[in-house]
Design a protein around this ligand. Structure first.
Ligand code: SAM
Length: 203
């Protein structure tokens, strides 16, 4: 039996073992949730794109029980930029990630002010200002293999990058698409690293 054949049975077992998850859509800067009721709050690549990142962190603090933890990923002024193209003279052939980052940086100039890539936030400052203690920074890495640039483009449209692409003026969006499709095929693996910042609500 292959892993694919086994997947439905595994999902059924997991569903039977786990309590049902409840989902709601709401504004992270003004949660419609009571205070002091969650052990853990996690936020993946959202805080830095909020109009008011501090409000998002303050809301995480509010809904946590004393002693609860908040963890988030996203941009931070204290995050190392050393993987960026041009910053490391020992890298001869730019990686797929470096080339894609360079494209985003180049086209960010065509976004309106405060465009959809969000702002640089200082995670430690945000956590401290909200009242969090016992701050931690961890790192997470992913490596995604793409068979071709068409799949890379479809992936870019499947998550947060889509907002960036849709915010480009139409002619620049077409050019951006063309440039992604023309990326060299030497490196087919996109490597991404992020910091995971977390803090504890005292108590
Ligand atoms: C970069 S995507 C991250 C998506 C997902 N968490 C992930 O890690 O793949 C940012 C998400 O934040 C959502 N978002 C933007 N403003 C928000 C707000 N004020 N409150 C809650 N979510 C918001 C967007 O709709 C988008 O889904």
């Amino acid at each position: 039996m292959t892993a694919v054949d086994a997947a439905p049975a595994m999902i059924e077992r997991l569903a039977a073992d786990c309590p049902a998850a409840v989902t709601h859509v709401m504004n992270a800067q003004a949660l419609r949730l009571p205070s002091d009721c969650f052990d853990l709050v996690a936020s993946s690549f959202v805080i830095h794109i909020l109009d008011d990142p501090a409000a998002g962190v303050a809301e995480a603090y509010r809904v946590l029980v004393p002693g609860g933890r908040f963890a988030f990923t996203g941009s931070s002024a204290r995050q190392s930029n050393s993987h960026r193209p041009g910053k490391n003279p020992t890298i001869q052939t730019p990686s797929l990630g470096g080339l894609l980052d360079a494209l985003f940086e180049e086209f960010a100039a065509y976004l309106h002010p405060n465009g959809s890539m969000g702002q640089v936030v200082d995670a430690a400052d945000l956590l401290e200002e909200a009242g969090f203690v016992d701050l931690h920074k961890d790192r997470a890495e992913v490596a995604i293999a793409f068979p071709d640039n068409a799949m890379l483009w479809r992936w870019a449209l499947s998550h947060g990058y889509r907002a960036f692409i849709e915010d480009l003026p139409e002619d620049r969006r077409r050019e951006f698409h063309h440039r992604v499709m023309e990326l060299p095929a030497d490196d087919r693996v996109l490597r991404r690293t992020t910091g995971i910042w977390s803090g504890r609500k005292p108590g």
